[in-house]
Design a protein around this ligand. Structure first.
Ligand SMILES: Cc1cc2nc3c(=O)[nH]c(=O)nc-3n(C[C@H](O)[C@H](O)[C@H](O)COP(=O)(O)O)c2cc1C
Length: 185
């Protein structure tokens, strides 16, 4: 029996009670048994990107980030938009991936949790920056799933069954996309 694919879940928000973190926590909760998920929790510990530090020995949080990306079969990103673009802390994470090879050709998708008509700046920047990193965007798995605060329970997970189902579908599409990429290699 093959090992289930591992999807790394990366939130672009550091906020307690984040709607983006709710999407990813819910992804962990609804993941079918044939998909493994791992939540990346090191965003706040990453140092400011400095090319001078992008050499061995890497800062420990950067080494952990790169190892987590390397070990994953695919990456699912859920990030808010700040001031028309990505949050600085999350752009910092992406900058740290540029100097490594781990994200090259890695299947990646994103979920936009913003309300309809919002969040396009973050999506556009994410697509642009992922292009520079060489990540393989799995278009079929990228989705807009608005998450209003009312559908997030006290445990930080999404309660709406339709939204939970949509998040499960994203995971399945990303895992299938990752399998297709690995078959074509
Ligand atoms: C400083 C700041 C700037 C923001 N700028 C934008 C923006 O330009 N466009 C947008 O659609 N939402 C913007 N928002 C709203 C956030 O994207 C929104 O609150 C989102 O739900 C935050 O994600 P989180 O719940 O995961 O923390 C901004 C929020 C903050 C705090």
């Amino acid at each position: 029996m093959p090992t289930p694919p591992l999807i790394l879940l990366v939130s672009g928000s550091l906020r307690a009670g984040s709607s983006n973190a709710a999407v990813l926590g819910t992804a962990q909760a609804v993941a079918p048994s044939w998909i493994r998920t791992r939540l990346y929790e090191g965003l706040g510990a990453l140092p400011h990107f400095n090319p001078d530090d992008d050499r061995d020995p890497l800062p420990a949080p950067v080494a952990s980030l790169r190892a987590a990306v390397e070990e994953a079969d695919a990456v699912l990103i859920c990030t808010p938009e700040y001031a028309g673009t990505l949050p600085g802390s999350f752009k910092n994470l992406l900058d740290w991936t540029v100097g490594g090879t781990e994200i090259c050709d890695k299947p990646v998708a994103w979920v936009t949790a913003a309300a309809p008509g919002r969040g396009q700046g973050a999506e556009a920047t994410l697509r642009l920056v992922l292009g520079y990193t060489g990540a393989a965007v799995v278009e079929s798995a990228c989705a807009r799933i608005p998450v209003a605060p009312q559908i997030v329970g006290e445990d930080g997970l999404i309660t709406d069954p339709d939204v939970r189902e949509q998040i499960g579908k994203v995971l399945a599409l990303l895992a299938e996309g990752a399998a297709a990429v690995s078959r074509s290699e």
